[in-house]
Design a protein around this ligand. Structure first.
Ligand code: EPU
Length: 426
């Protein structure tokens, strides 16, 4: 299994290009199942989850092609789909496979998708996806670990999510786009990835209004067509580099990002004393400069536009270097504090109680062998290692490869000492 070996203490300086958003690209790829015509998607990040989604679509006999290696664009054509099925082998490595459920059921009237099961950050059920698809007329059963869904044609309905769900909102958007009649989706997720998916669907001929607000209106159409779409920038990758700059800059310039998707994080980092500026001439450029002294701040994770759960682990790494006491509470997932235990091994002063952490800083971190438990936890360990004394070895970096494109190359470009190594015997 590959590892990262990071020698801490280098100041980061320079420019980094932000990739397309994994969590926008995944539903966009699944949405290509809604039409027999080709869908061209650009600004696709080259990360492992995207490769898994491409494999899943190919398994369903879709044509998945890319003009370049590694792929930064895909043409996906689901002219016919012979297996309306997402098998366990693929779903277990990527929960977002569940995003194929809505499109398959809406277009082919049947779907068989493995239940994702739990993951490192929590149980993560899909009961809300299932209830909402049932409200649209889907007949759904769960058998032998698979969700089996059938419908002659889905019918529009008024659906209210009892709790906000991002991929749940995406599944219902895609399903309702081909349903008969009107769907009104209440308490929908507001994440920018929802707006991006709606924009793609509208280009494909869907009738959707209100995406990005809590109530989305969808008038189903009989057929959708092919189109071309550019995926929005990855706000979590951008956020991770902002934290890197705040902890280990120098000054870093982020290009090709969407600063308006980063409001809560930028406000919090400014509270910590970090200097972040938008470029006056180009609104896709952000500059971050580390302060002489970082200050502690409290964080509670929330749905967008609140502070993203996907940035909680990285913020905790920053809090170890900030003066004072930071209270961090994870309010979206039940078990997203595993990185804290690894940060403790590097010398951090963190007291964990359930879903809350009290971080007292600043503490000098020392390099240690640590293990990544999930995607964002691994990013927080990389950030901690960048400021630690000596060498940190991070095990199981396949987690980080799921969602960060060439992170070690990007960090090396900024002056970090980071290499990917394969320990002998693995
Ligand atoms: N939930 C239920 N039932 C459901 C669906 C969700 O109880 O049917 C609960 C979840 O267990 C969780 C909360 O509702 O406690 C919110 O979960 P949500 O459904 O919004 O999460 P998701 O759609 O599975 C997406 C991102 C995650 C991100 C969350 C929250 C994708 C592919 N994944 O997951 O991204 O953390 O929204 O913003 O979009 C990551 O990129 O590292 C990542 C985990």
């Amino acid at each position: 299994m590959e590892q990262f070996r990071i020698q801490g203490g280098r100041k980061l300086r320079g420019e980094v290009r932000i990739s397309g958003a994994k969590n926008a690209a995944l539903p966009a790829m699944a949405a290509a199942l809604l039409t027999r015509e080709p869908v061209h998607l650009k600004n696709i990040p080259h990360v492992r989850d995207i490769v898994t989604m491409a494999k899943l679509l190919a398994h369903m006999r879709c044509r998945v092609e890319s003009p370049d290696i590694p792929p930064s664009a895909f043409t996906i054509q689901a002219e016919t789909v012979s297996h309306a099925e997402a098998p366990y082998e693929l779903v277990k490595t990527m929960r977002a496979s569940v995003l194929t459920l809505g499109p398959l059921l809406a277009r082919f009237g049947r779907a068989r998708v493995s239940l994702p099961g739990g993951c490192a950050i929590g149980a993560r059920p899909i009961d809300l996806h299932i209830q909402a698809l049932e409200a649209l007329g889907g007949e759904i059963s769960v058998d032998h670990g698979y969700v089996q869904a059938r419908a002659e044609r889905l019918r529009g309905a008024r659906v209210r999510f009892p709790r906000i769900t991002v991929t749940g909102t995406e599944n219902i958007l895609t399903a309702a786009a081909l349903a008969e009649g009107e769907t009104i989706l209440e308490n929908a997720a507001l994440e920018p990835e929802i707006g991006d998916l709606a924009e793609l669907l509208v280009k494909m001929g869907a009738k959707i209004e209100g995406a990005g607000t809590p109530t989305i209106w969808i008038e189903g159409v009989k057929e959708l067509h092919g189109t071309e779409h550019t995926i929005i920038p990855d706000r979590i990758e951008a956020g991770t580099f902002l934290v890197a700059g705040a902890m280990a800059g120098g000054e870093i310039t982020l290009t090709h990002c969407a600063p308006h998707h980063l409001g809560a994080l930028i406000a919090k980092l400014r509270e910590c004393g970090v200097d972040i500026r938008c470029d006056a001439a180009d609104n896709s450029i952000l500059r971050v400069r580390a302060p002489k002294k970082l200050l502690a701040a409290d964080v509670i994770t929330q749905e967008y536009p609140g502070f993203a759960t996907d940035m909680q682990a990285q913020f905790m790494a920053l809090a170890t270097q900030a003066e004072g006491v930071s209270h961090i509470r994870e309010a979206i997932f039940e078990n997203r504090m595993l990185h804290a235990v690894e940060l403790l091994r590097m010398g951090a002063n963190i007291h964990i109680e359930g879903n809350s952490a009290v971080v007292t800083g600043p503490t000098p971190l020392t390099g240690a062998p640590v293990t990544a438990s999930d995607l964002r936890a691994s990013a927080s360990l990389v950030l901690a290692a960048l400021v630690a004394n000596n060498t940190t070895t991070i095990d199981r970096v396949y987690h980080i490869d799921r969602g960060y494109e060439r992170i070690e190359e990007k960090l090396r470009g900024l002056g970090a000492s980071i290499e990917r190594v394969s320990p002998s015997g693995s």
